[in-house]
Design a protein around this ligand. Structure first.
Ligand SMILES: C[S@@+](CC[C@H](N)C(=O)[O-])C[C@H]1O[C@@H](n2cnc3c(N)ncnc32)[C@H](O)[C@@H]1O
Length: 254
């Protein structure tokens, strides 16, 4: 089991398999997503064979978006999760927050093309210090974002603060495969194929090396569920997707 605390006492943290000062991680993550923003959506489809779409659809199935709801999609990037939410609930509103503006710029272009722009706000900001009042949102989502955040516990506390009582948190993130053979095969694919594919498609091997390393550093399902409970959420549950390659975690603010 991974430790519940994601902080190191000497104020260092991990950036993939490297140990870096906490103060430097956000800048490094920003660099990764600034460099790949223009090819981010294409790479997601190529790397996962389109399966990330099914995972995001599964997130919507569990969330069950409803008209009138206000969604905050943190680390929302190019808007995939918000677009799905708004398509399922035409009377809902979404705010996409991300610290990497080039990702939001790509998302805005997509929103215009999909005629969703008038139901969306785009905010540059940090998951660990959200620029919103307490009790502002009905739903908080973070999809493939939380493992990049320097202090995960701080982001979860902020999620709890900005949700209204009765509001819901849902996290989609890569997770741990509870089968050694399948994990071995998946590791061969991740480390052998993804950085090379990243080099071919984006010209940036290092960013995709970071991606696969960061997946290995993220806590397993039960440890992460405990972190969500520690942030104040109730009824915390998770569902594995594709044998635990990814997982959905759900919690409620009561
Ligand atoms: C892998 S992308 C996920 C994008 C989108 N949610 C999706 O599922 O396709 C991760 C995003 O997290 C953002 N991010 C990382 N750390 C963040 C932080 N502390 N605050 C806000 N955004 C952050 C990055 O800028 C990047 O756009």
């Amino acid at each position: 089991m991974t430790r519940i605390s994601d902080q190191h006492s000497d104020q260092t943290t991990h950036f993939g398999f490297q140990t870096v000062p906490e103060s430097e991680k956000a800048g490094m993550v920003h660099g990764v997503f600034s460099r790949v923003a223009g090819r981010y959506d294409l790479m997601n489809d190529l790397m996962s064979g389109g399966v990330h779409r099914l995972w995001k659809d599964a997130m919507m199935d569990w969330l069950n978006p409803r008209d009138g709801q206000k969604l905050l999609d943190v680390a929302g990037g190019t808007g995939d999760v918000s677009f799905r939410f708004l398509k399922r609930a035409p009377g809902a509103h979404a705010t996409v927050l991300d610290m990497t503006e080039p990702m939001l710029i790509e998302g805005r272009k997509r929103a215009e093309a999909e005629r969703l722009a008038d139901r969306l706000d785009w905010v540059v900001g940090d998951a660990m210090a959200l620029p919103f009042k307490d009790n502002s949102f009905d739903v908080y989502t973070i999809s493939f974002g939380i493992r990049n955040v320097t202090r995960i516990s701080d982001a979860l506390k902020e999620a709890h603060r900005v949700l209204r009582p009765g509001g819901r948190l849902m996290v989609l993130e890569f997770s741990r495969i509870p089968n050694d053979l399948v994990q071995w095969i998946y590791d061969r694919y991740s480390f052998g194929v993804i950085p090379a594919l990243g080099q071919m498609v984006t010209g940036d091997r290092a960013s995709y090396q970071y991606l696969v390393e960061s997946i290995r550093k993220f806590p397993d399902q039960d440890t992460f569920a405990a972190m969500i409970r520690a942030a104040g959420f109730a009824q915390v549950k998770y569902r594995n997707l594709t044998m635990g390659v990814a997982a959905l975690h759900s919690g409620w603010k009561i």
